[in-house]
Design a protein around this ligand. Structure first.
Ligand code: ZN
Length: 312
């Protein structure tokens, strides 16, 4: 079977306050807010989608701001995406270090990883993020806030922690079509479709790691992009044939998704590239209104009253 996974689609995290998340992701990182909606599984909580101008697959970072809902703080560990990296132009890390310092966000140089300089930072809810100075990322950035010479191009990749590499590698390099493009002690870089930013997943092998605890300040899942519904259904059948429990196709309005846990415990989603975020808003107006899925529209007034007010 041809490998249908195209690269990363999005990464989703559970964060703290809604306004501080907007201020951080939009105001500081300079990502575009491309959709303000609610968690389709819990309409009392926002779901923010950030990305490039149109929220192209591979540029999307999404958050559930759960402050005030009694959700415990999560802890990093095995079976989790522990770091999310964004791609920035080579030579821009001094700009970013200064920008972060000005706003009181501590950044740490992590040296070079697989040839690229890495700057590590922590978001307001405790998430570990990285900016990777990658050469040759040709994606057009959103330049509403940060200039083109430094702006984030999209996701670079994620690092997921597992106790044993074998079963995870077998699934990713088999059915999902990834290949190992680089490797150092304890870390393997896998890529699919292209050996380029937006296509990477690093496997960090930590045999003694405690299991991760899901909660505030942790990544909930990572989603890969797939071209269409037919490819998604075929992949779903293949996963089921391998004995992996996979959800039915879920309608996320802006894409359709299936979810499953890879053998190391990380929650994977496979999402279609269409229809995208211009489904219910014009390109120029993305993110301006509170957009609800059709089944939530009848409850709009109650939903709006329960959500914390935000400005952006
Ligand atoms: Zn998702």
């Amino acid at each position: 079977m041809a490998h249908p996974v195209l690269g990363l689609h999005h990464v989703t995290a559970t964060v703290d306050g809604a306004q501080e998340d907007l201020d951080f992701c939009r105001g500081l990182l300079g990502l575009r807010l491309v959709k303000k909606t609610v968690n389709f599984d819990n309409h009392d909580v926002y779901h923010f989608y950030y990305g490039d101008e149109r929220g192209s697959p591979g540029t999307i970072w999404t958050t559930f701001p759960y402050a005030g809902h009694g959700v415990r703080r999560g802890t990093q560990g095995a079976g989790q995406v522990v770091t999310t990296a964004f791609s920035v132009p080579a030579g821009s890390l001094d700009f970013w270090a200064a920008r972060l310092a000005e706003r009181g966000v501590e950044a740490r140089r992590r040296g070079r990883r697989f040839g690229d300089d890495v700057l590590a930072l922590t978001d307001p809810s405790g998430l570990d993020l990285e900016l990777v100075a990658a050469s040759g990322d040709g994606r057009a950035p959103w330049t509403g806030i940060v200039g083109a010479e430094s702006a984030i191009r999209g996701l670079h990749g994620v690092t997921m922690m597992v106790r044993r590499a074998g079963p995870t590698r077998e699934l990713m390099c088999g059915l999902l079509g990834y290949r190992v493009v680089d490797e150092t002690e304890g870390r393997a870089r896998l890529a699919v479709h292209e050996d380029a930013p937006g296509h990477f997943i690093d496997l960090l092998v930590a045999p003694g790691a405690e299991p991760a605890v899901n909660g505030l300040g942790t990544v909930h899942h990572v989603a890969m992009a797939i071209a269409g519904d037919d490819e998604q259904l075929r992949l779903r059948e293949e996963l089921a044939r391998l004995g992996i429990q996979v959800t039915p196709v879920r309608d996320r309005c802006y894409f359709r998704s299936i979810y499953f846990r890879e053998p190391g415990g990380v929650l994977f989603e496979v999402a279609t590239t269409r229809p995208g975020f211009t489904l219910d808003e014009e390109l120029a107006a993305l993110g301006r209104g509170l957009e609800l899925p059709p089944w939530e529209e009848p409850h709009r007034r109650a939903i709006e009253a329960a959500l914390p007010p935000v400005s952006h």
